[in-house]
Design a protein around this ligand. Structure first.
Ligand SMILES: NC(=O)C1=CN([C@@H]2O[C@H](COP(=O)(O)OP(=O)(O)OC[C@H]3O[C@@H](n4cnc5c(N)ncnc54)[C@H](OP(=O)(O)O)[C@@H]3O)[C@@H](O)[C@H]2O)C=CC1
Ligand SMILES: Nc1c(N[C@@H]2O[C@H](COP(=O)(O)O)[C@@H](O)[C@H]2O)[nH]c(=O)[nH]c1=O
Length: 324
């Protein structure tokens, strides 16, 4: 199950339990904040199937937590199973919860605890796990979400759709854009886009998370008043669709504002004026450009750390951005 975008303020985490022949016995993902962690979901499934005593190996995308937060420590839950080998995708960046790897390693029973990044041949998998945690890491360590800009350009390099249209890119690119909406916890837009496009900002080309929590829209607008120039009807429609709508007259404050709301990953869906401001303030972490061409659209991803910089956008790859 893909829970990317459903778990904020928690990270998205997965766990698989295997027997000593490497056969998957059970698996789990953390469905949402307050619900059991991935390890517990997998342990419960193994228990229900009557195979818990066969567990030999645990694969976890994130270091098992070692503290009692909303739920008890997963390190302890694993220690109460027959697990012997634990493979960890990424270290927990949260100082309050980390330490699970050492606890498992040091507990009586001689368990092997290995980080995927220690094995060069597993580098791709390790990077996927690092990408999965990077939005959460950014919020916990820097008090700001990971910010991805999505920009569609037509053949002439313009962002403005033809009259009467809101979009102009291919169905495959729109699906990619909606996968990004699904994976993120907030949308940052400009009042120009709201007034021109009357955007829906909903996830439509792919199924959205069932029962996903409120999702935030920040409208950048410096015209003053509690809701700036935002049309009342549009605001009501957004609320009905499950969005919490905020207004900001200072884009520079938006990352901290979103972090306070528990947003791990935000996307920018705004017009040329907003994107110019995002670029000038250097607020972005990665930038997804969809170039419309007269054949298949071309997708470019730029990151703040060069073309090979880590980006959670890699988690949206393979599925839908191929040519139609
Ligand atoms: N191709 C694509 O990917 C997309 C295209 N579009 C298109 O873009 C067009 C609209 O673009 P545009 O008119 O530029 O509008 P924007 O959506 O970029 O919004 C611009 C507004 O953002 C506000 N703003 C800018 N900088 C700041 C800041 N530092 N702090 C707070 N608010 C700020 C300004 O408000 P103020 O005026 O109060 O200063 C400005 O009017 C439409 O045609 C739409 O279809 C929209 C989204 C995506
Ligand atoms: N023009 C354009 C995009 N524009 C974005 O999509 C918004 C419309 O969303 P909705 O009302 O949900 O369909 C629009 O206001 C703008 O933010 N996106 C793209 O992937 N490709 C495109 O060609």
């Amino acid at each position: 199950m893909d829970t990317l975008g459903a778990t904020a303020p928690n990270p998205s985490v997965g766990c698989a339990l295997l027997d000593q022949n490497g056969t998957v016995l059970a698996s789990g993902t953390h469905p949402k904040v307050g619900a059991p962690h991935a390890e517990i979901m997998a342990i419960n499934e193994a228990h229900q199937k009557g195979v818990l005593d066969q567990v030999h190996t645990a694969l976890v995308t994130l270091e098992p937590c070692n503290h009692t937060g909303r739920t008890p420590p997963c390190s302890e839950a694993l220690l109460n199973t027959s697990v012997k080998d634990i493979w960890i995708g990424a270290a927990d960046p949260n100082p309050k919860a980390s330490g699970g790897a050492s606890r498992l390693r040091e507990a009586p029973g001689n368990r092997n605890v290995t980080f995927l990044s220690d094995h060069a041949e597993l580098a791709d998998l390790a990077e996927d796990c690092a990408a999965l945690i990077i939005p959460f890491q950014q919020r916990v360590l820097n008090q700001r979400p990971w910010i991805s800009v999505k920009q569609a350009l037509d053949e002439a390099g313009s962002m403005v759709p033809p009259k009467g249209q809101k979009t102009f890119t291919s169905a495959a690119s729109l699906t990619l854009a909606h996968r990004l909406r699904r994976a993120t916890d907030a949308i940052i837009t400009g009042i120009g886009t709201v007034l021109t496009d009357d955007p829906s900002f909903t996830v439509r080309h792919v199924p959205d998370h069932i029962g996903r929590g409120p999702r935030i829209i920040v409208v950048c607008d410096r015209s003053g008043g509690p809701f700036g120039r935002m049309p009342t009807l549009w605001r009501a429609r957004m609320a009905e669709a499950g969005f919490t709508v905020l207004v900001s007259d200072n884009l520079a404050n938006v990352p901290a504002l979103l972090a306070e709301h528990g947003v791990n990953w935000a996307m920018v869906e705004g017009g040329p004026a907003l994107l110019k401001a995002v670029s000038e303030l250097n607020l972005w972490d990665d930038w997804l450009t969809i170039h419309k061409t007269n054949t298949a659209d071309r997708i470019d991803i730029t990151t703040q750390h060069g073309p090979h910089g880590l980006s959670p956008l890699r988690l949206l790859r393979e599925k839908t951005c191929s040519p139609e």
